[in-house]
Design a protein around this ligand. Structure first.
Ligand code: SF4
Length: 584
C-alpha cells in the first residue's frame, strides 16, 4: 500500500521460466506493508515439504507504507525458508534498497525458480532484465559490487545486492551484502541466492513520486526530523554507534568471551567503541533517508607485498561484530578485528554466526574433538591469521569439515560432538548479550531467534525485580509491537522516536486514517501469520534443547537455572497457544 494507493504492487519473477508479472493486490493492504505483506506472501509461496534450498522456494522482499519518506524508515525485509534454522527466515537490511523499490514502483518482490546459469537481475519500473553473471561467479562481494557499479547506470538511485563465495557454496549462514556496508545478515538468505544461481540484484528507482498533502506531510516530517537530530534519542548511535555497548556489557558480565567460557573480556578496553574511534574511525555513513549516520567505518593498514607495501582498507564495525569476531575469539586489537571482519565481509558470511561457529570449532579443537586433519591449520583463541584462513576454507568448502562447519554450529556439533558448547538458539548462533533469563528466553521464543525480535536483553537490564509472569508478558508485548515497526519498516534504532502517536500522525499525512486499535489488529495479524508459518514448518518450542554452556557461565544476572529457563519457555509457549486461539 504505497502512498495514496489502495493496493500493494507485487512484482513476481520466475528465474526458471524468466516469466515476470506484476499484481496489484488489494487484499494485502490489511497487512500494511513490510513484514506483514512479506509474511503473507511467504505463507502463500513457501513449499514446506521441500528443502529450504529447493529451487521452488521463494525469496520475498517488501518495503513499507512510509518507506523512505520519513526519517529513519529505511529498511527492506527479506523473508524465506531459513536453511540455518530450518524454519522462518526473516532478515532486514538498510542502505538504498527501500528507496529504490519505492521509486521503481514495487512494494514487494517474489522471486522463485532457478536460473540455468549464474545470473544477476536488474529491476526498474518498466524493465526487468536477466543478465549473465558467469564472469562474476566466484568473486567476493566487493569485486562483484565494483563491476556491477561500472556496468549499470543509475548511480545514487541504485541499490546493489550480491552474494560472495559463501552464498554460492550454499553456506547456511551466508548473507546478502547490500550497498557495501549493509546486509541481509542472519539466517542464510545468501544460500537461497546461491541455490537459484542468483549472484546479484540491482534495483533502480527510476520514477518519482508526488506527495499530495505536502504542507501537512512536511510539518510532521520536520517534527520527526527534530526528534531524531535534536534530542538524545539517537545521539549514541551517531557518536560511537552500538560499539558504545562494549564497556558497559563487559562491566556487567554479559560480554560473551572465548566461546562463552567467560562473561567478560580482560582486553575489553582495547576493543571498546572508544578505542575504535580513537584508532580507526574515519567516517560515519547513513542509510538513505536517515539523518543519523550510525554506520561507523574503520580503517586498517594491510601489508600486501614485501618492501613495506601497504594498502588502507575500510570496514564497517559495530557492537555485534566486535563481540563475535573479537571477544568471542579472544582477539584483542581493533586492527585484528577489522581484518577479520573484512574477510568475513568479502566471503559473504553473517558475521555473528561466523564468530560463534569459529568459537565452537576452537573449543572443539582444544578438546580434541577435531584435529589438524579437519581444520588444516590450528584454531586457537587470538590467532587472527588462522581464523582468516578458516573463513576462506569455510567459504570454499575446502574439505568435509569446513563444509559442515558452514552449515552452522548446531549441525557441526551433531557431527563432531560438543553440542553443550555450540551456543545457538534453535539453530541460530547467539548474539552478544548474556544478560539473563530475558535474553535466553527472548532468543529462543523470538520469531527469528534474534536479539532484535523482542529485546529480552534489554528487559534483563531494566527489570528491577525478577518476576516470571511479568517477564513473559514483556517479551510477548515487545515481540508483537515490533510487528508494527517492522511493517513500516522503521529502523529499530528509532523505536523510541516512533511511538504510536507519531506513527499514526505520519501515516495520516500520506493517506492512512488508522487508529491505535487498527495498529494492534495489524500487529496481531502479522504475528499470527508468522506463527502459522513456523507451525507449518514444524517448529515447536517444546523440542528446543538449549546448550549447557549458557547455564555454566554466569550472566549479568547471575547463573541461569536450567529448569527455570525451560519453565519460562514453556510458559511462553502456553501463552502463544492461547493467543493463537483468539479471534482477530
Ligand atoms: S540509524 Fe543507522 S542503521 Fe538505522 S537507518 Fe540510520 S544509518 Fe541506517
Amino acid at each position: 500500500m504505497m502512498i495514496y494507493k489502495n493496493y500493494i504492487s507485487v512484482l513476481y519473477i520466475d528465474l526458471s521460466s524468466k516469466k515476470i508479472s506484476v499484481k496489484h493486490r488489494q487484499d494485502l493492504c490489511e497487512y500494511l506493508g513490510g513484514v506483514g505483506v512479506a509474511s503473507k506472501l511467504l505463507e502463500e509461496n513457501i513449499k514446506p515439504q521441500l528443502h529450504p534450498l529447493d529451487e521452488n522456494q521463494p525469496i520475498i522482499f517488501a518495503i513499507g507504507a512510509a518507506s523512505s519518506i520519513f526519517p529513519v524508515i529505511t529498511k527492506t525485509v527479506a523473508m524465506f525458508y531459513s536453511p540455518l534454522t530450518m524454519e522462518l527466515g526473516e532478515s532486514y537490511a538498510g542502505g538504498r534498497m527501500a528507496m529504490t523499490l519505492l521509486f521503481a514502483g514495487y512494494d514487494a518482490v517474489v522471486i522463485t525458480g532457478k536460473s540455468k546459469k549464474p545470473t544477476y537481475l536488474t529491476i526498474k519500473s518498466n524493465n526487468i532484465a536477466f543478465k549473465d553473471a558467469r564472469a562474476l561467479w566466484g568473486l567476493c562481494t566487493d569485486e562483484t559490487g565494483r563491476i556491477i557499479r561500472e556496468r549499470e547506470s543509475g548511480e545514487g538511485k541504485r541499490s546493489i545486492l550480491r552474494i560472495g563465495p559463501a552464498g554460492e557454496n550454499l553456506s547456511s549462514f551466508a548473507n546478502v551484502c547490500v550497498d557495501t556496508y549493509r546486509h541481509f545478515g542472519r539466517l542464510g538468505l545468501g544460500a537461497l541466492f546461491g541455490s537459484k544461481n542468483l549472484k546479484a540484484i540491482v534495483t533502480i528507482g527510476d520514477q518519482s513520486i508526488q506527495i499530495e498533502n505536502f504542507k501537512e506531510y512536511f510539518k510532521v516530517y520536520k517534527e520527526i526530523y527534530k526528534k531524531v537530530t535534536e534530542t538524545k534519542l539517537m545521539k549514541k548511535y551517531h557518536d560511537l554507534g552500538t560499539s558504545v555497548n562494549v564497556l558497559p556489557m563487559n562491566k556487567i558480565g554479559s560480554f560473551p568471551t572465548r566461546n562463552l567460557t567467560e562473561n567478560h573480556f580482560e582486553y575489553a578496553e582495547n576493543i571498546s567503541g572508544e578505542k575504535f574511534a580513537q584508532k580507526n574511525l574515519i567516517r560515519k555513513m547513513a542509510c538513505t533517508s536517515c539523518p543519523v549516520g550510525c554506520i561507523h567505518i574503520g580503517q586498517f593498514r594491510r601489508e600486501f607485498d614485501e618492501g613495506y607495501e601497504f594498502e588502507s582498507v575500510n570496514v564497517a564495525y559495530d557492537y555485534e561484530l566486535i563481540f563475535a569476531l573479537g571477544s568471542y575469539l579472544g582477539i584483542n586489537t581493533t586492527d585484528a578485528i577489522l581484518e577479520l571482519i573484512e574477510k568475513v565481509e568479502q566471503m559473504g558470511f553473517d558475521a555473528i554466526s561466523t564468530g560463534v561457529v569459529l568459537g565452537w570449532a576452537t573449543e572443539s579443537y582444544k578438546k580434541g574433538l577435531i584435529t589438524n586433519d579437519h581444520t588444516i591449520i590450528p584454531l586457537k583463541y587470538g590467532h587472527v591469521k588462522n581464523y582468516i584462513k578458516a573463513v576462506e576454507y569455510m567459504a570454499a568448502n575446502t574439505n568435509e569439515f569446513y563444509k559442515i562447519l558452514s552449515k552452522g554450529s548446531y549441525k557441526a556439533s551433531q557431527k563432531y560432538g560438543g553440542m553443550d558448547f555450540a551456543v545457538q538458539f534453535a539453530g541460530n548462533e547467539t548474539p552478544g548479550y548474556h544478560t539473563g533469563y530475558g535474553s535466553i528466553v527472548g532468543h529462543t521464543v523470538g520469531a527469528r531467534h534474534s536479539h532484535l525480535c523482542n529485546a529480552g536483553y534489554s528487559i534483563d537490564q531494566s527489570m528491577e525485580e525478577f518476576d516470571k509472569e511479568k517477564l513473559i508478558e514483556m517479551i510477548f508485548y515487545e515481540e508483537r509491537e515490533r510487528c508494527i515497526l517492522n511493517s513500516l519498516i522503521i529502523c529499530l534504532f528509532a523505536r523510541k522516536v516512533y511511538d504510536k502517536n507519531t506513527i499514526l500522525l505520519a501515516l495520516n499525512t500520506i493517506g492512512y486514517n488508522l487508529t491505535e486499535n487498527d495498529l494492534t489488529t495489524i500487529a496481531d495479524k502479522i504475528y499470527k501469520t508468522k506463527l502459522k508459518i513456523k507451525k507449518m514448518l514444524k517448529f515447536d518450542l517444546k523440542n528446543i534443547k538449549l546448550p549447557k554452556r549458557i547455564f555454566q557461565t554466569p550472566s549479568a544476572n547471575g547463573k541461569i537455572d536450567e529448569n527455570l529457563a525451560y519453565e519460562l519457555i514453556n510458559l511462553y509457549n502456553k501463552k502463544l497457544e492461547a493467543y493463537l486461539n483468539t479471534d482477530l
